[in-house]
Design a binder for this molecule. Structure first.
Ligand SMILES: [Zn+2]
Length: 269
C-alpha cells in the first residue's frame, strides 16, 4: 500500500520539478511551486476563516479604516506587478503582539500590537506592503512545496531504513499533502523575508507612500527590543534587515519618482 502512495508522490514531485517553475514578480527569482492556484486559494481561505473564528477581530475604528485604505491603494499595484487579480481581504486582530501575516489568495492580517510602532500611515503601509509582497511572490505556496519535498524525502528514508515503521504512516499522509494546512502558518525563510521587504518597498513607492518608512519601523522595533513575530522574526536580524532595506531604497525612490508622486519631505513623516 505504501509503495503505491510512494510512487504516486514521486510522480507528482517529478511533474512539479518539470512543470512547476515560475519567477517571482520584480525580483525574477526562479522557484518551484507544486500547488496549483485554486488549491492554494482554497487553503488560504480556509486557514483565514479558521484564524478569524478563533481570534478577536476588530470590527471598526481608525485602525480598520487605515488598513482598508492602504490595501485599496496597494492592491492595484500588486495585481499589476503579479499580472494577476488577487481576492484581497484583511483583518485587524486585537492582540498586543506586534505581528502581521499573509495567506494565499490575498488574505492579510495585522495585529493591534504593531500600531504603536507603525502608526496608521506610511509605517503601516510598509507592514501591509510586506505582507502583500509575500502573497504575490507566492511564498506560502513555495513553502508548502518545499515541505512536500521534505516529507517525500522522509518517507523514502523510512522505506529504506524501517520496516512498516508507524512513522511511515504519518509520512505518507504528509507526502500526499494532508499536512499542507498545518504548515501554512509557519514562519517564512530568510530569503522570503528579504524578498518581501524589497517587493513591499516597490509597492509602497508605486502607490506614492514613503519607502523610507520601512527601515524606520525596523529601527523602532530594534530600539524597543521587541521579540520575534513573523514580520520581525529573528531572521534576518534587525541590523541586516535595515541594511538591506537601505540598499533597496534607491531603487524604490526611482520607482516612486517615475510614478509621478509628490516629492517627499526631508524627514520620514
Ligand atoms: Zn514576512
Amino acid at each position: 500500500m505504501y509503495i503505491f502512495a510512494f510512487v504516486f508522490a514521486v510522480l507528482s514531485a517529478g511533474w512539479t520539478l518539470v512543470f512547476g517553475w515560475d519567477t517571482v514578480p520584480h525580483t525574477g527569482r526562479w522557484h518551484v511551486i507544486g500547488v496549483d492556484a485554486d488549491t492554494a486559494a482554497s487553503l488560504g481561505e480556509r486557514a483565514f476563516d479558521e484564524v478569524l473564528a478563533r481570534e478577536p477581530v476588530v470590527a471598526e475604528g481608525p485602525a480598520v479604516e487605515a488598513v482598508r485604505d492602504i490595501v485599496a491603494r496597494l492592491a492595484p499595484h500588486a495585481n499589476a506587478l503579479a499580472g494577476r487579480d488577487f481576492d484581497w481581504d484583511f483583518a485587524v486582530i486585537d492582540d498586543p503582539a506586534p505581528n502581521a501575516f499573509a495567506l494565499p489568495n490575498g488574505n492579510l492580517a495585522v495585529q493591534t500590537g504593531l500600531l504603536p510602532v507603525t502608526g496608521l500611515e506610511d509605517g503601516l503601509a510598509a507592514v501591509v506592503g510586506h505582507e502583500i509582497a509575500h502573497v504575490i511572490a507566492r511564498h506560502p505556496e513555495e513553502r508548502l512545496t518545499q515541505q512536500e519535498f521534505a516529507r517525500l524525502g522522509q518517507f523514502a528514508a523510512s522505506l529504506f531504513f524501517a520496516d512498516a515503521d508507524p512513522a511511515a504512516q504519518a509520512a505518507i499522509a504528509g507526502a500526499l499533502g494532508l499536512g499542507a494546512e498545518y504548515g501554512i502558518l509557519r514562519p517564512f525563510s530568510r530569503t522570503h523575508e528579504s524578498e518581501a521587504d524589497r517587493i513591499g518597498m516597490i509597492l509602497m513607492a508605486r502607490a506614492c507612500y514613503d519607502p523610507r518608512a520601512a527601515a524606520q519601523i525596523w529601527q523602532r522595533m530594534a530600539e524597543l527590543g521587541r521579540a520575534s513575530p513573523e514580520i520581525l522574526s529573528t531572521h534576518p536580524a534587525h541590523e541586516t534587515r535595515i541594511a538591506q532595506l537601505s540598499g533597496h531604497l534607491a531603487e524604490a525612490m526611482a520607482v516612486r519618482e517615475s510614478a509621478g508622486c509628490a516629492p517627499l519631505p526631508a524627514q520620514v513623516g
